[in-house]
Each structure stands twice: as C-alpha cells, then as structure tokens.
Design a protein around this ligand. Structure first.
Ligand code: ADP
Ligand code: ZN
Length: 433
C-alpha cells in the first residue's frame, strides 16, 4: 500500500525536476543562512546559480560529521531558534553530540514520511502500535510515535519500559505492531520463550525495526520467535531520524524517500561515485528541510544501489540494507560509540595502558561489551583489592563517558593478542549480524 502514490510512484523525470527545484532553493537558503556553507561555497567558488541540473551536485562540497561537531550546538541551523519547535541530538556522549533542530514544517514532513513508511509495512488505523524505541534526545521514539498517530493507529508509547513490562503490554493491550531496535525485538523474543508464553497468544503481526544493522539470520530469528513479518527502516539524526529509507512488502532493498533526500553512493577513498551496483558510502542532501539542511552529508554507512524496478510500483530508488560502516563506529544497544572514546578514558587513568580490546557479544538478544585492558607491571602484582578498585573506576568512567555499562577485565602487559605488525585489533564483534 502507498500513502503518497503521487510521490512514491512519480515518473522519474518529474521526480528529478522536483528534486532539482528543491535542491536549488535549499542551496540558496544555506548560502544565505548558514555561515559554514557561505564560507565553503565562497572558498571553493561554488556558484549556486550554476547548479542547473542534478549531475552538477558533484560540484558541491561534502559535509562531514567533523564539520557538524564543530558547529555545536546551533551553528548549522538555517533558521532562528524562535522558528525551531523541536531539538534532538545524536547519542555521542563524549565530547559534543550533534544537535539538530526542526521547524514546524520539518516535523510535519517527518511525520508524513513516518506515516508513509509505516503504510508500506501494511500498518493502518486498525493497528495497535507499541513503540519500544526510547523517547528521548534520540529520534526513534518520537519519529515513530508521530507517524503512527498520523495514521490513526492506537499508539502505545512504551519506550521507557523494561522487557517484562513490554511483554505484559503486548499481551494485554493486544499490540499488533512492534517498533523498536532489532536487538530489543530479539531480546523480547527470548524472554517471551523463557516465560512460557506462546507467540500465538499474542495479537502481534508486524515488526518495524531499525537504528542498527541486523543480519538476515537475526531477522529470521525475530520472525520465528515472535511469529511476525518484519520491515527494515533506516535513518540518522543528522538527516532527520528514522524514515529516510524503508522496506516495502517486496523486501528487495530499501526505498529512499527521494522527494525529500537526494542520495549518492561514493567510493570513500576517491569520493567519486561508486561504480554501478558497487558498495560505497551513502551521501545525502536534504532538499526540503528548513531547520537543519545538509548538503552532501557523508554518513559513513555502507550500501549499494539496487537497479531495476521494484514489484511494488514505487519509483523511489532502492539501496541494499546497510552492511557496515566506513569508520569504526559500533552500535551497542542503540548507542553509537567509537573505540577512541575508550582510549580517551584509559589515557586519564593511572596504572593502565591505552592498550585494550573491545569484545562485543550478544546474549538473549542483548548486546554486551567487555573491555580487556592491559595494566602496568607493578599494578598487576598489587593486591586484588587495588585491582578491583581500578576495575570499577574504569567501568564508572566509561559509563559516564559513553552511557554504556561494560565488563572490564584487567590483563598483564602485552597479554592482548597483537598481529604481526604489533597492531591490536580494537574490536572483536562476535554478535551475529
Ligand atoms: P537513529 O535514531 O536512526 O538510530 P542515530 O543518529 O542514533 O539515528 O544513528 C544513525 C546510525 O544508525 C546510522 O548512521 C546507521 O549507522 C545506523 N542505522 C540506522 N538505521 C539502520 C538500519 N536500518 N540498518 C543498519 N544501520 C542502521
Ligand atoms: Zn518496493
């Protein structure tokens, strides 16, 4: 089912014309209102008047996560704060997060896109939608909430509840649709099994999951344990939040909402377009956003275009499910984290070396992180009490820096396995993805 057929199944030429007009007005707006763009367009002698067709996009500069970090908190906003009605931010808790703002119009666009992607998953006003994403600075909860409400579904804002409560609500409130991270859905499935509730006792039929990568295998496990059909949903705070790209019932890749976001896939080394069908880094340009427009934003997410027509009739281009990142960003229980954050913590603690290895596992659907840290020779021979204190101190500091509670294991110097070049593999990801 399509909610906005006139846009979702538009003739490509008409869509491209629409994109061009929207791009041109976005370029004028950012040049006028965002000092960062004014400066780089001037420096690179980019004349916005000269962008006359879509292929000219490759003359425009890229925007990176670093650029956004430097703009903390409001320097990339293209409207005054009085026109902003909502503020969200990325989960990066060390250093500065990236802060984004939405105008009334932006919230309206986001809501309609969320209603669109939920319609594609067959969700209607008949459904009872349980939202297990957190309602916070993170965009997941609010994005799905507003979209489902727009559709007229009965929305349960369950985001803050634990797994036991989620299951109780699901059973008693007769939830038909679950929205959340695939990791949490898997966890719900496991706990459900352990508590002896048969999935047939539930009214659940659909799951709409995203915000982190999930493998085909994980999808099968979720579908099996909850007896549901699942749909993938991709998005990122910087561009909007969930709803940037979505699966239709054909489930042959994710359609990008190209009437609002232009998409490119580049080779991250050469920054030139990736060869047709080849994997590369997703790059988005927002063409309708007012509060926080971005030009050629490098997401760090890896995907590829899928060619050909989709059986669903939508003409919106499709991308493969996200298969990884160009950098070492990890997503642990929905929190985006980088190994460098752990390194920063270790450098501030006496008695340990910044030699560490991160081990990621998944048990009953929950991600766990262990950090093995090499300590200095004399510390290692200290009494257990001293080591225990050190261990707790590291755990505490990582928690406050990253928002993640992890297991810390202290090991002797040079204990961690180094490759022949003496390099330590920073991340060992044993989660099934
Ligand atoms: P969100 O609210 O969508 O989680 P964040 O800004 O916290 O937004 O995280 C965005 C990142 O999460 C993306 O850049 C990508 O790496 C990852 N991500 C989001 N959705 C998916 C998905 N469906 N599949 C794989 N990775 C995803
Ligand atoms: Zn389709």
């Amino acid at each position: 089912m399509m909610l906005n057929k006139e846009y979702e199944a538009m003739h490509r030429e008409d869509l491209e014309q629409l994109q061009l007009e929207r791009l041109q007005s976005t370029l004028h707006r950012v040049y006028r209102n965002v000092a960062f763009y004014h400066q780089i367009f001037d420096d690179r002698k980019t004349d916005v008047e000269k962008i006359r067709n879509l292929a000219d996009v490759n003359q425009l500069p890229f925007t990176t996560k670093e650029d956004l970090k430097k703009s903390y908190p409001y320097d990339m906003f293209a409207v005054p704060l009085r026109d902003i009605v909502r503020i969200h931010s990325t989960s990066g808790t060390t250093g500065k997060p990236i802060v984004v703002g939405y105008t009334k119009n932006d919230i309206n666009t986001w809501t309609s896109l969320m209603a669109r992607v939920m319609t594609a998953a067959g969700i209607t006003e008949q459904d009872v939608v349980q939202i297990a994403y957190s309602y916070s600075l993170f965009t997941g909860g609010f994005g799905f909430h507003f979209g489902a409400e727009r559709l007229g579904s009965s929305v349960i804002p369950a985001g803050g509840e634990d797994v036991v409560k989620q299951i109780m609500i699901m059973k008693d409130f007769k939830t038909t649709v679950l929205a959340g991270t695939p990791g949490f859905a898997l966890h719900i499935g496991t706990v459900l099994k352990d508590s002896g509730i048969h999935p047939e006792e539930l009214s659940l039929k659909t799951g709409i999951f995203g915000a982190e990568p999930w493998s085909r295998n994980m999808r099968l496990q979720i579908e099996e344990s909850l007896r549901i059909e699942t749909f993938d949903n991709y998005g990122l705070t910087e561009i909007m939040g969930p709803g940037v790209a979505f699966e239709c019932s054909a489930k042959q890749g994710l359609h990008v909402n190209e009437d609002h976001f232009m998409v490119e896939i580049i080779d991250p080394e050469t920054r030139m377009p990736a060869a047709p069908g080849k994997q590369g880094e997703l790059v988005f340009t927002t063409i309708t956003k007012q509060g926080f427009p971005l030009i050629r934003y490098r997401t760090g997410d890896i995907s590829a275009f899928l060619e050909g027509d989709c059986p669903c009739g939508r003409t919106l281009r499709r991308i493969e499910r996200i298969s990884g990142r160009t950098d070492d960003m990890m997503i642990i229980e929905g929190i985006n984290a980088f190994p460098s954050q752990i390194e920063e913590v270790l450098l501030q603690i006496e008695g340990v070396k910044p030699h560490y290895q991160i081990i990621l596992e998944r048990s009953s659907g929950m991600d766990t992180m262990e950090v093995q840290v090499e300590v200095e020779e004399q510390v290692f021979s200290d009494e257990t009490k001293v080591l225990e204190k050190l261990r707790l101190a590291i755990q505490q500091r990582i928690k406050s820096a990253m928002g993640i509670v992890c297991k810390i294991t202290l090991v002797e110097p040079k204990k961690l396995n180094r490759s022949t070049g003496g390099k330590l593999k920073r991340i060992v990801d044993n989660r099934d993805r």
